[in-house]
Design a protein around this ligand. Structure first.
Ligand code: PLP
Length: 311
């Protein structure tokens, strides 16, 4: 059992790789920061979102963490793995009905000792959005509740640390957005002379408000050096289009880096497109964050019958 939370992952593995852009592209520098490599199971942004939540749970002597997610959730996967290593019980409230056999995400979580409890979409929403602590306590006893995606103020605190680990000077730092909590953390962590762009993996315009509110709650401050790009969601959460699939395969063939279809592929597609269109001034240095999530590809590749070269 590991007691020191910082020893749980190996941040020295989070290398910074330059992405050599095609010759005909405008002259900017693009890097990818591989925080997906810090741990084989607690990968990417989910570690930084969990870190202070786990420290808090440990310091309070919490025996059980309860959290929420969909059937392919990277957060459920990471929480189950972290709980297992730290000797903290975990309960995952899963959106929807149970499907047997369990998919690869949920069978992993279950093997790591996570208790899986299924709630239909309506009930899931009610419990999660209301975070009805009384109901949760009645049903599950004294548990520490982490919201879906791990997105809370402690997640912002953890993700703010990513900024100081990039390793080169830069102008823009880019990350994919689900809830936007990771992006909020980056904004909180950065100097005002650099900019953050969050690429939304979801359809809709709610992220600006969510990120501003979460930032205000976490830091008490307003920031204006950030934006959310909503042009590259490809139809919405977990929706794919042939152009995205082709891009992701080509990216792997060219750079030998796997991207996940839900988040990082959409961000990288968006970045390539913006660079190509001249959105960034020449000599700009852009960092993209590889937030991980590759475990989720298995489900999406199977359900969409995508053939990947590396399978
Ligand atoms: C969860 C996740 C995100 C989104 O993080 P938010 O903090 O919810 O915006 C991005 N990339 C990957 C790989 C993820 O698993």
């Amino acid at each position: 059992m590991i007691n020191k939370i910082d020893d749980l992952v190996d941040e020295s593995k989070a290398v910074l790789q330059e992405i050599e852009l095609p010759k005909y592209f405008p002259k900017v520098k693009l890097f990818i920061k591989r925080i997906d490599l810090i741990h084989p199971q607690i990968s990417g942004n989910k570690w930084y979102k969990l870190k202070y939540n786990l420290l808090y749970a440990q310091s309070m002597g919490v025996k059980t963490i309860l959290t929420f997610g969909g059937a392919y959730s990277n957060h459920i996967y990471a929480t189950a793995a972290a709980g297992n290593i730290l000797g903290i019980n975990t309960i995952g409230i899963i959106r929807g009905e149970e499907h047997l056999p369990l998919n690869s995400t949920l069978s992993f979580a279950s093997e790591k000792g996570m208790r899986l409890v299924y709630k239909d979409r309506q009930k899931f929403k009610e419990i999660h959005n209301g975070l009805c602590y009384e109901d949760i306590k009645n049903e599950f006893g004294n548990v520490y509740v982490i919201p879906e995606g791990g997105s809370n103020e402690l997640a912002v605190k953890g993700c703010a640390e990513i900024v100081h680990k990039i390793g080169v000077d830069f102008d823009f730092l880019c990350a994919p957005c689900g809830t936007g909590a990771t992006t909020a953390g980056l904004i909180a962590g950065i100097n005002n002379n650099k900019s953050i762009i969050g690429f939304s993996a979801l359809k809709g315009e709610f992220l600006n408000e969510y990120v501003s509110n979460l930032l205000l709650k976490s830091t008490g401050e307003y920031f204006d050096n950030w934006s959310i790009n909503t042009d590259y969601h490809f139809g919405g959460y977990a929706k794919l289009k042939p152009a995205l699939i082709e891009f992701t395969k080509e990216f792997y063939r060219t750079y030998n880096i796997q991207l996940d279809y839900i988040y990082t592929a959409k961000m990288m597609y968006g970045l390539f497109d913006l660079i190509k269109k001249g959105y960034f001034d020449s000599n700009t240095t852009i960092i993209s964050l590889h937030t991980g999530g590759l475990q989720g590809n298995e489900g999406i590749i199977k359900s969409r019958k995508i053939i990947m070269d590396y399978q």
